[in-house]
Design a binder for this molecule. Structure first.
Ligand code: SF4
Length: 390
């Protein structure tokens, strides 16, 4: 584990990219370490800290659809959707998704194409794919119930320490800590933790949280306690302008007392952006386009897309489309490139408007309106179509 995921706005970033880190958590959690044998300490008794936080949460919590009850499936779907996506974007998708797939079994029984279509617009499709795979495993190996055991939960695709902790604590009331970008930021200020939240600094904070949730006043209120931390990070201890004046923890917050609330946490090392270029062929028939399903590239695998080849357009592009896709094309016009960012990847799509000189191979192509149910497309497809209108 190298650090906390980057966080923006009210979205909840996952701590799940690298599962290995949880083995450390588990080891600490079950090794009978004495309370606060770490050099990170609360400035006030845990009971006082918990009661201030819980009081604030019970008075200020947002009514969100996944908070209506603590059903593990609802918590699970919401936690996956909230990874790297803002709350206001997730709400309508969550409600629609639950209407379409009201249970783990309904999700497991659905074909993957449908799940990806339902996920369309939320982005980061790997989450939807993993959710679907995990639902099948839960039905086959856990009798259709999300496992209560931490290590079993971690075996499921798409479930890492953060999501496992969130589901076990919020749905089952297990005293398990959670640590995402919001909570990391809050504690780095509250405890005045120097340095970026990565490596040994992050490990220290994680150890501290393991011990904090073992306190009776926290453990017996773990559902609200963990949600209160998330809510505080999203609404009060925000990335740029923390609302310290209205913060229930201000009186004991070390960063606030020292005027450091806007300088902590220190930024993490940024991952370099990788750029990719693709030429995409737009072949229209009314509202329909010729699309093919991507089985060659591991990136966006299984999605329907315009035929594409690597690299920006060259004078040999018709020849390259013939070689790669067996399409006989005549280039009519080049359109302005469209950039699409996915995590650290910047994808540059160069659309070319073309006409077909002979029928497309039927086994690999279909004429469809992008976005039609059963033909999942990435949001970059809509972005390209929109760019043609301007
Ligand atoms: S006082 Fe300010 S910096 Fe400290 S926890 Fe509250 S909002 Fe965050």
């Amino acid at each position: 584990m190298t650090g906390l995921p980057r966080y923006s706005g009210h979205s909840r970033c996952s701590m799940d990219a690298k599962k290995a880190s949880m083995s450390t958590w588990k080891m600490v959690r079950f090794d009978n370490v004495s309370v606060y044998d770490t050099d990170v300490n609360l400035p006030i008794p845990a009971k006082t800290f918990a009661s201030r936080l819980l009081k604030w949460y019970r008075e200020n919590r947002r009514e969100l659809p996944w908070r209506k009850n603590s059903d593990p499936y609802r918590v699970w779907v919401s936690e996956i959707m909230l990874q790297q996506t803002q709350v206001k974007t997730v709400v309508p998708y969550f409600e629609e998704f639950l209407r379409t797939y009201p249970s783990i079994k309904a999700l497991a029984d659905a074909p993957e194409n449908e799940i990806l279509s339902a996920w369309s617009g939320l982005g980061y499709y790997k989450r939807g794919r993993n959710l679907h795979k995990a639902a099948r495993i839960v039905c086959e190996q856990h009798g259709g119930e999300f496992p209560r055991d931490f290590s079993q939960a971690l075996q499921l695709p798409g479930i890492g320490p953060y999501t496992a902790g969130a589901i076990l604590s919020l749905a089952y009331g297990e005293p398990v800590p959670i640590l995402d970008g919001n909570i990391g930021r809050l504690f780095s200020r509250y405890l005045k933790i120097e340095g970026a939240l990565e490596g040994s600094t992050l490990a220290k904070l994680r150890k501290f949280l393991v011990q904090l949730v073992s306190e009776a006043s926290v453990a017996e209120n773990i559902r609200d306690f963990n949600q209160a931390l998330m809510e505080m990070g999203a609404l009060v201890c925000t990335p740029r302008n923390p609302q310290c004046v209205s913060c229930p923890l201000a009186a004991s917050c070390i960063a606030y007392q020292k005027g450091l609330e806007k300088t902590l946490p220190q930024p993490r090392t940024r991952r370099a952006v990788q750029e990719f270029h693709y030429t995409v062929a737009l072949i229209a028939r009314g509202e329909k386009y010729l699309l093919t399903q991507n089985w060659n590239d591991t990136f966006l695998r299984g999605f329907w897309e315009f035929p594409r080849i690597q690299g920006p357009p060259t004078s040999r592009l018709a020849e390259n489309f013939k070689m790669t896709h067996g399409l006989h094309l005549k280039v009519r016009k080049r359109a302005a490139p469209v950039a699409h960012r996915i995590t650290f990847r910047k994808l540059n799509f160069h659309p070319v408007l073309v006409s077909l000189q002979s029928p497309a191979p039927q086994q690999t192509f279909t004429w469809t309106k992008p976005g039609q149910k059963g033909y999942p497309v990435s949001s970059y497809i809509q972005k390209i179509l929109k760019s043609l209108e301007s």
